[in-house]
Every structure is written in structure tokens, then in C-alpha cells.
Design a protein around this ligand. Sequence first.
Ligand SMILES: *Cc1c(COP(=O)(O)O)cnc(C)c1O
Length: 390
Amino acid sequence: MAANPSKIYLSPPHMSGKELSYIHDAFDTNWIAPLGPHVDAFERELAAYAGVRDAAALSSGTAAIHLALRLLNVKAGDTVFCSTLTFVASANPIVYMGATPVFIDSEPQTWNMSPQALAHALQDAESKGRLPKAVIVVNLYGQSARMDEINALCEPLGIPVIEDAAESLGSTYKGKASGTLGHFGVYSFNGNKIITTSGGGMLVSNDAEALKQARFFATQARDQAPHYQHSETGYNYRLSNVLAGIGRAQLEVLDERVAARRAVFRRYYEELSHVPGLQFMPELEATRSNRWLTALTIDEQETGTGPSDWIEALAEQNIEARPVWKPLHLQPLFEAVTFYPHSSGGESVSEQLFRTGICLPSGSQMTEEEQERIIDCIKQCLHQKKRLTV
Ligand SMILES: *Cc1c(COP(=O)(O)O)cnc(C)c1O
């Protein structure tokens, strides 16, 4: 082993090389400023890829969630339900709107929103006459939530679903693109996502009228007038033409990136799934995950190790691994917020996943040699602990 092996990141950007030609084109035509032909084309191309009527290119996935809530007329005092096991960006826009989040537990098969917990939360809300204005469902690490069950609960009550597909671009659910199963879908092109524009996002929907409104709000809500006139509060949320150019080149290789990440998952699985006490994140029947991050749980009793042991051992080898998201209902930020567990009694599913879960480096550019380095380090960690505890 080299004294200082090169760092392996969790999920670094992976450029195809073609991005530069799109950037050059933007420079040659001086379409640098917000909007321009790359933005229009990126929207068209992404909508076509996802099989959805329209897409609005935005400055971030967070901005897309914020606009979706705005378009659904979420107001101060309203409640919005949200998956608890996720990145804080899923829920921050609820707070931007002055609304109150209510967090819903995960279920074991998808690690995503539990329809059982959601049903319970909806019953409670209905009995209090305080139904949520929207439900934000997250597709964790590329795996789709149980969208049919969730839609079946929300539709009869007229509650729109926002699918936070920031991590699941390129995944499918029963043959449909992940992110197109709710009223709105949200993608992110942040630097760590499966494709990136360095920073950016997309709001998608079959409701073309709503997306027209989204573009209006995203450009400071400027009324039709020769002067600057505004009747509503808007935002500066559009994606720049230069970054949209990067996105176009990245979208061309999205399917390759999905294949590469799935191959990374497969290699981890082949090398480690036989170890008693290790449980890889499942893939729900009739869904195909992009396997954005390979995630698994570690039974401390059976393996003598926990996520923090692995993370430390890997860090010593200059390898970045991370715990599973800390559930939002456990965050100091959301201390007083209501939470609905998957089942009553005992530790909730999301808390258990947080305590035992780990995300391994999953970059689409990672070489097999690099991945061997990671797997060797994990095996060593497992052996050492066993010796110590036996
Ligand atoms: C990355 C991410 C976001 C936010 O996207 P940005 O483009 O970084 O604003 C939202 N939700 C989830 C689940 C994410 O992973």
C-alpha cells in the first residue's frame, strides 16, 4: 500500500469532456447571462428523458422544492408532510413558506416514506380538520418510494405529492421515470449528484400551466409591462445558460452513469453481502434504482463493528464514507416537530437506519482497483474487530 494513497471521495463529479463544447458555444454566442438556448434545450431534453410534459431549469433542487410549495399555495400556518430520513434541503423550503413540517418514518423495504405511517398521519390530520397542503416524498439514494401506495392515500384527499427525486434521476418506478409520479418532481444537479451542472436543479410536471408560473416566480415575478412592475414576491432562481450547457452534456451520459453506479453496487454486494450482519439497501420489486450511493446496514452484535468504526478505518486510508442521513425529526432544528413512526413501540425504522447505516464511495468514475482498496479496508476492519471481541 502506498504511503499516501489518493483520496477516494463519496460521490465526486464525473465530467464526460463534452461539457466544454457546450460552454464554448455559450461563450461564442455570448449567452452567458441567465437563460438562453442551452436552458431551453436542457429543459426540453430532460422533459423528454423523463417522459414528462414540462421542466423548468433552476438554480438548485432546493429552489425547485421551494417553488413547488409556492405553486401549491402553501402559506404560513399550513402543514406539509415530509419524509424524515433525508437531507435537510427536503424540508427547509417548508420553513421558508412559514409552514410547519410533519415528519413521516421510513419503511424497511425502500427506506423511504412508510405508507402505513402516512395513513396514520393523514387520519390524525383529517380528524383535526388540518390536512397537509402537500406531501414531500423522498427517493433515498436512488430508490423510489412506494409511490402507488402513497398516491392512493393522498389522491382521494386532494393532497398533491411532491417527489423529491434529487437523488434518483435515472431511476425508474414500474417503468416510469422516478420524479414523474407526483404532481411535481424535483431533480438536483449539485456537485455530488449522479449528474451535475456544479449547481442546479429542475422542477418537472405534467401541469404545464404550473411550470409557466414557476418560471414567472423564478425570475422575480415580473408582470407583463414595459417598465418593471411586480404584484407578487418572486425569486432569482433560474439556471444560467453556461451551467445548462454542462447539464446537456451530462444528460447525454446519464444512462452510462447509472450503469456505472449499479456496477459499483454489484461489486460491493458480491464481496460483502455474504458477511452475516450486513444488509444492503433493498431494491423494491418493479423499480430500478440508479444506486446513486451504495448503502447498507451493519449489525453491531453480529459484526462487532458499527458505521463509525468503518468510517474511521476508511478515513485512515484516505477514503470518504458517510453515515446515513440523520432523520430530520432528530435534528435540533426540528425539535418540536410531530413525527409519525412506521409502527408503534420500539425504535423507529429511520432511527434504526441512522444508527446502523453507512454510505460507501459510489462515484461513477471509481476504478475497480480503488474499489478493491475500499473492500480490503472493510474486510480488515471486520477481521480486527472480530479478533478483539472473540
Ligand atoms: C441534494 C438534495 C437536495 C437539494 O438539492 P440542491 O440542488 O443541493 O439544492 C434535496 N433533497 C435531497 C434528498 C437531496 O439529496
